[in-house]
Design a protein around this ligand. Structure first.
Ligand code: CU
Length: 138
């Protein structure tokens, strides 16, 4: 990795240890606060939903300048607030799109699932995410 630290986390933990799922109900307006406390830029990506950045580093983005996106870069030390409307029931991954930040030491979870910088948006009433999803598979 050219000297890059080979192990990345969300809230200091990986996979299931990161707090499991972020639970939502269909129709919720979900707001997430993302702070990059690492020394590398990350490309955070949401599956199943378009997200809107509403502020960066405490500066509100005017509504007319907001866009629906699925991926955003967050630099070291940056703080981003984003929103999305929960209207696509299921289990959806929110993760860094830099492969070795998500795979951590080039290992992956069950069936190739990412276990590093990963959280799952879980809708109430959707099947639970199997614990094996986050287990190291080598
Ligand atoms: Cu990353």
């Amino acid at each position: 990795m050219g000297g890059d630290f080979p192990f990345r986390t969300i809230n200091g933990k990986t996979g299931e240890a990161s707090g499991g799922t972020m639970n939502v109900r269909e129709g919720d307006l979900v707001r997430m606060r993302v702070y990059n406390a690492s020394n590398r830029e990350h490309a955070m990506h949401m599956h199943g939903h378009d997200i809107t950045i509403v502020s960066r580093n405490g500066h509100l983005i005017p509504k007319r300048a907001r866009q629906e996106i699925t991926t955003f870069n967050i630099s070291s030390g940056d703080f981003v607030e984003l929103e999305f409307r929960a209207r696509n029931p299921g289990n959806w991954i929110f993760h860094c799109h830099v492969p070795h930040h998500t795979s951590n030491t080039m290992l992956s979870g069950y069936n190739g699932s990412p276990i590093g910088m990963t959280r799952i948006v879980h809708y109430e009433g959707s099947p639970a995410v199997p614990p094996a999803y986050f287990a190291f598979a080598g």
